[in-house]
Design a protein around this ligand. Sequence first.
Ligand code: SF4
Ligand code: SF4
Length: 419
Amino acid sequence: MLPEGLRLTSERKPGIQSFRRLLGGLVAGETAFATHEEVGIGRGMNSTVTFAATELQTLIGALLRGGYHVIGPTLRDGAIVYDRLESINVLPGGWTDEQAPGHYHLKRREDGAFFGYTVGPQGWKTYLHPPEVRLWSAQREGQTFRILNNEARPNVPLAFLGVRACELAAIALQDRVLLGDKYRDRIYAERRDGALLIAVQCAQSASTCFCASMGTGPAASGGADAVLTELSGPGGHRFLARAGSSRGAELLMQLKVTPATESDVQQAEAAVDAAATAQTRRIDCTGLKEILYQNFEHPRWENVATRCLTCANCTMVCPTCFCTSVEDTSDVTGNHAERWRRWDSCFTQMFSYIHGGSIRTSAKARYRQWMTHKLAAWIDQFGSSGCVGCGRCITWCPVGIDITEEVRALRDGDTHGNS
Ligand code: SF4
Ligand code: SF4
């Protein structure tokens, strides 16, 4: 039992009742520490604290007890991907990624950093806007069909651990597209509502990153329930943390924390600043919408079409691309039918098929559609660029087509389409 004065009670901590619900009925005081009172977590969300790297297991445990599915980075198939996790042992500790146009490679780090990489091929849209969802199925019964409204719905809230700043921006963009209009995507909303986002700021950039020029990173500017920065060096392997919401503050209350020192804060800021400074790619967004609209017949589109395989990789890995198509199937007996929603891409010929044929039959038309929508029409539709500068489309393009380079060539106005 904790000494008098250190117990958490609902009278002294207005948020504790909701936190009990969040964490599945923890007994007050079981996991609280005096340092929370001292550093002010729970009284306000502006406190910055540090905790030992091993405390990340406590954080994961608290989320699991609260009924969350914790999704975070892990190693699989030669890449860092997001998957369900219950232990820090499956985080990619001691690994980093090396990225370049058409190139992704994992290699060992000299330290044991858990988040010492940039971004892998997956965005969080894999969990919020799933690649395929069965909308319904139907079963023949005599001369009629019975519709089985059996769409798989998430039955537990999701907690994302390790969301990068550019990914927070991508989630905000998908929120705008899928929730922020007259049409609200129910499948997305069911997963997004209640999702807890724990950001980890980047302390390094891949050669393909350009979030700094898009104003989306590498510092997390909003949208996270808690923001962490991984630190090493003289103070040991630890995290600097600040809450971004009451749920984030309540979560941090479960950890053994100490007040951050000025040196801790400066070390974190320096690491994030260094990640921004290291970025060599950028997009100059000034007047870009007009440039794209005015260059519909620019020869650069022919140039990129000679390289583009229309494989759709760039749209699959892009954390903001949201297009889907609907497919009906039946079994060979004709007794069972299903309707599925699947990710689709403007790079496929069938995506623009209307009666009589496809509108965009050439690679030129499809690449132009993708980039013009992403960087220009998106602004008219949704009020911002559709690109957050994560660089995935550059890394995972099998022929290394680089959106920053294509923008530069269009902006510079090379009439032959050469860079
Ligand atoms: S267009 Fe490319 S860089 Fe921009 S958000 Fe999509 S994948 Fe990332
Ligand atoms: S730009 Fe690259 S990734 Fe995208 S469709 Fe063309 S070849 Fe595939």
